[in-house]
Write a protein that binds this ligand. Sequence first.
Ligand code: DGJ
Length: 707
Amino acid sequence: MSEFIHLTSKNHSLIIKSGRVPEILHWGAKIASIDEDLLLSTERPISQARLDVDVPLSLCPELGSGHFNAPGVEGHRDGLDWAPVFNTTRVEANTTDVEANVQQATFVLEDTVAKLELTVEIKLDYQSDVVQKRVTITNKGDSKYYLNKLSSTLPLPNHANELMTFHGRWCHEFQTQRQRFEHGGFMQENRRGRTSHENFPEMFAGTQGFSEQQGLVWGFHLGWSGNHQMRADVRSDGRRFVQAGELLLAGESILEPQASYQTPWLFGCYSNSGLNGIAQRFQQFVRDNIIDFPTDKPRPVHLNTWEGIYFDHKPEYIMQMATEAGVMGVERFIIDDGWFIGRDGERAALGDWYLDEAKYPNGLEPVIDHVNQQGMEFGLWVEPEMVSQDSNLYRNHPDWVLGLQGYHQPSGRWQYVLDLQNSECFDYLFSRLDDLLTRYNITYLKWDMNRELVQPGHNGKAAVHGQTQALYRLVDQLNEAHPEVEIESCSSGGGRIDLEILKRTHRFWASDCNDALERQAIQKGMSYFFPPEVMGAHIGPAECHSTNRRHSINMRGVTALMGHMGVELDPVKESQEEKKAFSHYIALHKRFRHILHSGRSFRMDPADKNQNIYGVQNDDEMLITVCQLAMPDHALPSPLRISCVEDNAQYKVKLVEMPQTSFQLMKQRPQWLDKTLTLSGDNLKEIGLTLPILDPESALIVHLEKM
Ligand code: DGJ
């Protein structure tokens, strides 16, 4: 006998039909109540030349019951019990209190032949409308169960016929691509041992041509920092689904009797207002449920020393940099790579987490004191999971390397990964980090991770799963010991950006690419899921170190100030003019930080495809950035039609930022650029604001205040 479970949130409904197996019947706009005839009206016909029974697309599809696409679970008991079929034995649902933060349902299913139990948990967050799902499998037999795969499956409606997925690489994170989604599908498999630049675990499906502002869209993110598999499939009967879970290497999950394996959380979200509706919901969810800043102070503006001095550490000089940084308005000063014993370049010393006294003969304290005296916090770079072959740690403990005996393991950036499941190694790393945080007044760690896992073996067995969990344990243990310290998740830039690592960290280094033009795309891709206050964005030198391209300070400043802002250069060597500009953009960021770091983000579908238009708003004000990425498409710009205003409200509209050099493409500028306008919502929405003609690779910011 089927029954419906109706989870509701502020705007959405999730209706699950609970028969032999649970099946989502609707996930989208809110349904007031379930009609009595819904069971009949949704009954599927049975087509010719197929199985004689209806096969539900369940929350854990089964090969054994005739789901011929990717099953939710795969495994065996020495070759037996490889096609399990489950029956629901228990359903628990909390759907009563509509205002409750979370409505949830838990289904317990059993296969008495294969002796397996499945627990499917699904939650709907009331405030943000975000869905979370995970599955647990328990071995109820008396022999080992070799689990090959356990994934979370969420269905999509048939009108979701276009996919947007992510690709990328170092310095080129969060790139998107589109494809039709009518037959076949898309699959990404990440075997790099970290979340990765290449296979960011997120995708979108929607109605054809869905855009920033238009269309029905479903978004998905897997919260996991190791290997994963993520796919979207259209079955030959037209039904379609997204499936994501950990990619288990051979033998990584062998379940002893009574042992369980649990998937990472899969996060999902629906929007009827394009990608904006997804981004706003995910960002709210992340703010309310994931981010846990030690204090609610504003996010401090950073100076990170990496591109300023690389490995050339001289305490007196660093103090000079700190003095300049303080004058510019920087609030947190971070010493990057190069401070520890023997670290004169990238080929040595990882693992030896002791101060290099040859470089810092008076210790680190005078530098930290100086930084603090300039009114700034102090942060330090570490890369705990790694070891250089040329290090004392490696010389003393070559067996601590994560690897496989009998093979030659390639190094990456001349370094190897440490086996965090080796308890001695784990304890060593914890004690070194704990000692640093206890000894020095450090309030921030930049936690880097600069290579992929090749031959990740622990005692000969595949160990990405165990390594990932041990990493979480290490960070958790450190957070517990030093709750006031914030941690940045960096992995050669954006190689470890996901929700599970964010539960225990406080900022992401989005990319090693500080080229503002590239950053426009990288930050756009990242913003569909993560709010600006965790998106590290720095002003780099005029000539970008990773692309050799030059950008004006206007383009660099505007791009960085919309995230969690910082600067990444040597202020001592910069001209007075540049330094004045850094101060200007830092001040602008601070002026609007309250809205940038708590408001609703939005993007606009530009009439000119060479523009990137994005903004952030709260109930009283709005900040909009228009970035001209390349040559304007037409001689005159299209009016900026601001759709997220209130029709009947009046707004004070003022330009707060535009290129400081002369305009090349415009000989007469609109007069309003020097005035404050008063405009009503419907005028702004329907008629719009005429913009100046922006030169390529420049940007402006407009501020709107509701009167
Ligand atoms: C890679 C990071 O992404 C950079 O920001 C910097 O910290 C270097 N590592 C240091 O080695």
